[in-house]
Design a protein around this ligand. Structure first.
Ligand code: DX5
Ligand code: ZN
Length: 219
């Protein structure tokens, strides 16, 4: 069985204590850093941008998984590579030339991810699935942390898993939004490989222990 990963979302960290929270993730059993970039256009919220990612990269010792919730992400592919992103995920809904975008991300030396909004059908990826390293299924509407998990996600994971197998692809499935200790096991059983968790980790009393518990649940 493939490795199952936990990716704490830095969006829910304490930005006044960012270095402390990054060190906590470094020392924890987490696998990846999940970094949410929002532009206030693709989603109705603005998170943080390049200078903050640069500061995060300076301290992070694990894979940096950048989730771009921005329009026209092609403009910034090289910039994010230079800032230390290892996985770069763009939204299907923001990319009219998705195949070209995926090739550009790989040419810049990163793994290429595609995120799907809750209403976007997984079958739309049929013709590019072999070019995608990671599909991020949004289990909330993107833009904010702390929202409730959308149950239809389970059906999407199963359909995407079937598509990946049918096409002989090696794509990993990431789930983003409303992940907690109640749904983690079922998500993995449905076919997920990477679970993003923001509020559930950072708003808990002991984030290190919460990450360890999630890791135990998925292993
Ligand atoms: C939402 C972001 C998520 C968010 C998840 O637009 O993409 O990564 O940080 O936060 P929680 O785990 O609080 O739902
Ligand atoms: Zn995200």
């Amino acid at each position: 069985m493939s490795i199952k990963r936990i990716a704490p979302s830095i969006l829910a960290a304490d930005f006044a204590n960012l270095q402390r929270d990054i060190e906590m993730v470094n020392q924890s059993e987490a696998d990846w850093f999940h970094i949410d970039i929002m532009d206030g256009v693709f989603v109705p919220n603005i998170s943080f941008g390049m200078p903050v990612l640069k500061a995060i990269s300076k301290h992070a010792t694990k894979t940096i998984d950048v989730h771009l919730m921005i329009v026209d992400p092609d403009r910034y592919i090289q910039t994010f590579a230079d800032l230390g992103a290892n996985v770069l995920t763009v939204h299907y809904e923001a990319c009219p030339h998705l195949h070209r975008t995926l090739q550009a991300i790989k040419a810049a030396g990163m793994k290429a991810g595609v995120a799907l909004n809750p209403h976007t059908n997984v079958n739309l990826l049929e013709d590019v699935i072999k070019d995608i390293d990671l599909v991020c299924i949004m289990s909330v509407n993107p833009g904010f942390g702390g929202q409730s998990f959308i149950e239809n996600t389970f059906s999407k994971i199963k359909r995407l898993k079937d598509l990946i197998i049918e096409k002989g692809a090696t794509t990993e499935i990431e789930i983003d939004g409303g992940v907690n200790d109640k749904n983690a096991k079922d998500l993995i059983d449905a076919g997920a490989d990477v679970l993003v968790a923001g509020s559930f980790v950072f708003k808990s009393e002991n984030p290190t222990a919460t990450i360890a518990n999630l890791k135990k649940i998925v292993s």
